[in-house]
Design a protein around this ligand. Sequence first.
Ligand code: NAP
Length: 307
Amino acid sequence: MFDIMIVGAGTAGLSAAIYAARAGKKVLVLEEKTYGGQIINTQEVENYPGIKKISGYEFATNLYEQAAGLGADIRFEQVMKIESIPDQEGKEVKKVVTNQAEYEGKSVILATGAKNRPLGLDGEQRLIGAGISYCATCDGAFFRGRTVAVNGGGNTALEDAVFLAGICQKVYLIHRRNTFRGEEKQVTLLKEKENVEFLLDSQVTALYGEKKLEAIEVANTVDGSSKRIPVDALFVAIGQMPDNERFSGLVDVDEKGYIKAEEDCHTNVAGIYTAGDCRTKKVRQLATAAADGAVAGLAACEYLEEW
Ligand code: NAP
């Protein structure tokens, strides 16, 4: 019987594990992909308080090693289902079913993060790995010296475009508005680059290519014109969406699918907490994911005192 079972080994989940393990709790962390969550694919982190600059990979690896070193049991399994089942004394034990095993514990922290939002265009799924990518730092090097496009106006798109401009011959930055959601510093940096062309007030409306991406159609939302642009890759960076479908019958979620919780990270179910990008919140940053992990980890410890 674990004290705290954490779903997700991103920044929020591993931060919760660190706090819970340091409090002497028996901690299980279940992760379906690799540790680190979204930050592992970020080239450089420059806004985490107290660390001037660190690669996303190093940050994630430090977190993983810190949690494992403190005794958290981190397993790479996909969580399929979570149930609350009363034990012989009538206490609500949580049962977590993965693709490999079943675990029981006294409390659960859901820290499942978010997944990339697709454009929803014909051929998008088929061309993933053949010119369509959601991760410039993972796949950018395949397109060294080529022509690529980035779609989005947030920090991810801007950082992707900066990174790609350093290795690609030409980068189109396509954004549906003419002002950016991401940091001005990155926009200024991009404007200085000769191989970056901004396509603003623009939407990608079609993908061309059978076996690999060959071109995209870009429509101007102001004048209604559209053009076909040959590209070797399109990096889609139009934000994230939650990955909580599996838990929508377990805890309350909002209309977008985020788990409902305030800053105390409590869900509507006793003994189930949530942390990081998967919960309702305004600011989704590395620092707020780590903060959530600490809050949820300590809240679960407090719950265990009354167990
Ligand atoms: P985001 O900030 O939500 O930005 C998503 C962008 O995609 C927006 O510009 C949005 O346009 C656009 N978009 C959304 N749906 C679209 C659609 N269907 N078609 C076309 N465009 C669409 O997402 P993000 O850039 O992935 O960042 C997520 C969070 O991580 C943010 O809080 C961000 O600050 C943070 N982050 C931080 C850093 C850093 O601090 N170093 C790095 C990366 C990410 P509109 O602007 O018109 O809505």
